[in-house]
Design a binder for this molecule. Structure first.
Ligand SMILES: Nc1ncnc2c1ncn2[C@@H]1O[C@H](COP(=O)(O)OP(=O)(O)OP(=O)(O)O)[C@@H](O)[C@H]1O
Ligand SMILES: [Mg+2]
Length: 454
């Protein structure tokens, strides 16, 4: 690396900006902006590797800046500087895609370590991103929106397996986009000109499902007044999507296994084998491996399907995607319903980001549609949110990498606050902007109990 990495320092206090600039100048090219708006203006025409921003500033605050930066490509690494009292906001910011946060006054050693690590991680990701950018639109792939590392991995797998004939098993909670991914696998394959035939296995009784899949001969059963082609035949040359595959009964499991192995089958009531060229994609929201262990799903069929396992992460594990999806759906649905809704207030977006979304993307879409339809225009606020989202539920996930970083930073802030107040917990808690009870809980959690109680 020849050129120095560029750091944009965003803070309304001139002293802070200049102090940081002085400290970092030897290793970095340091630029300054006095609020989020100025930072964005500068970024229109320049590149920054890292944006080091204060949270509270007049003009545009750090949280809004973060939201705007998320849609930029390439996206600079954002590190937030927080005054005491904004720990909760800093936590939120990390959940929404900030890299890390540091308490003010900034410990320069810590800052330098953080910058080194952030830039090293960023460089690794950059190579991949450049290659991907040629293949896809900004933050999506075949209509699938996702900038999170978790979804980027999914896109990688789709890209790798789509051109092949391999069977793919898509697993994921309800509403995570299994059908969307199945369609993308078809669209990105040489079979794209052929048919995509979905079958919802749970919707039909077993005998009906059998004739739906394999078709039947005239007179095969009462009501079979003529020969009918099944979905396997209809999917010839294309892709057959078996949704909710866990719901098919044992005898059908055997028949599907046979088609996969021999590429042929007989229609119900028929004796002539029918040959088909079908690519099979299956989906389930259940733990199929567990079902094999329980004996409710055939092991041999499982392994036939499991050739490629595509696990779709729940929405709550997709860092930053809630913001992207919310903005996408707001625009699309406002246009669809003819509403002049222009965006979300930062608080509303914060509440959306904090929600656990058990119904995943489908739930998010429904919530936004409801908000758009009921809104009187302008920005959607916390008051437009359904009741369940107005109460805070989302605790940050402390097991992820971001979660661990968050824990470290939080622990550090607590130690510093206690140091500043010579172990006085009441004052430290007030300083951190959390209740004394919360502080007490966190001290236990981090094993910081030995601190003097005053
Ligand atoms: N990443 C995404 N980007 C944009 N839209 C998405 C995304 N994921 C899901 N959706 C949308 O969310 C809705 C639910 O997706 P889909 O039907 O594919 O989920 P599913 O996993 O099949 O759910 P279920 O298990 O309940 O059948 C659809 O409207 C789909 O278009
Ligand atoms: Mg589905």
């Amino acid at each position: 690396m020849s050129a120095k990495p560029v750091i944009l320092v965003v803070d309304d206090e001139k002293n802070t900006r200049e102090g940081l600039a002085r400290a970092l100048r030897s290793d970095y090219t340091v630029m300054e902006a006095e609020n989020g708006l100025r930072a964005l203006e500068w970024l229109e025409t320049h590149h920054a590797d890292v944006v080091l921003s204060d949270l509270r500033m007049p003009g545009m605050d750090g949280m809004t800046l973060l939201t705007r930066l998320l849609s930029r490509d390439p996206r600079p690494i954002l590190i937030l500087l927080t005054a005491y009292g904004s720990i909760e906001t800093a936590v939120e910011a990390m959940k929404r895609g900030a890299y890390d946060f540091l308490a003010k006054p900034v410990n320069l050693d810590r800052l330098e370590l953080l910058l080194e690590r952030a830039l090293a991680e960023g460089r690794l990701g950059e190579e991949n991103r450049r290659l991907k950018a040629q293949l896809e639109e900004k933050y999506g792939f075949e209509n699938i929106i996702g900038a999170s590392p978790a979804m980027q991995e999914v896109f990688d797998i789709i890209r790798q397996v789509a051109p092949t004939r391999t069977t793919v098993l898509i697993q994921g909670e309800s509403g995570t986009g299994k059908e969307l991914v199945a369609r993308a696998l078809h669209q990105c394959s040489p079979r794209a000109p052929g048919p995509f035939i979905p079958v919802h296995c749970a919707a039909l009784a077993p005998t009906l499902l059998e004739s739906e899949l394999f078709g039947h001969e005239k007179g095969a059963f009462t009501g079979a007044t003529e020969r009918r082609r099944g979905r396997f035949e209809l999917a010839d040359g294309g892709t057959l999507f078996l949704d909710e595959i866990s719901e098919i009964d044992a005898s059908l499991q055997v028949k599907i296994l046979r088609v996969l192995e021999e590429r042929q089958f007989e229609r119900v009531g028929g004796t002539q084998p029918v040959n088909v060229d079908v690519r099979l994609v299956a989906a389930t929201n259940r733990d199929l491996k567990q079902m094999v262990a329980d004996g409710s799903f055939r092991e041999d069929l499982f392994y036939r399907l499991y050739v490629v396992n595509l696990a779709l992460p729940p929405l709550r594990d997709r860092d930053g995607d809630i913001v992207l999806l919310a903005q996408h759906y707001l625009q699309a649905l406002a246009a669809e319903h003819g509403r002049a809704v222009s965006g979300f207030t930062p608080e509303a977006m914060e509440a959306l980001s904090a929600h656990a979304w058990p119904g995943n993307v489908r739930e998010l879409r429904n919530v936004i549609e409801r908000m758009v339809v009921l809104s009187n225009g302008g920005k959607l606020t916390v008051r437009d949110l359904p009741q369940t989202l107005r109460t805070r539920s989302g605790q940050p996930d402390m097991t992820s990498r971001a979660g661990r970083r968050l824990r470290d930073a939080e622990r550090h802030m607590i130690e510093e606050a206690l140091g500043r107040h010579k172990g006085n917990r009441t004052q430290a808690a007030a300083d951190l902007g959390i209740s004394r009870r919360t502080l007490h809980r966190k001290l236990n959690e981090y094993g910081l109990r030995e601190t003097r109680e005053t």
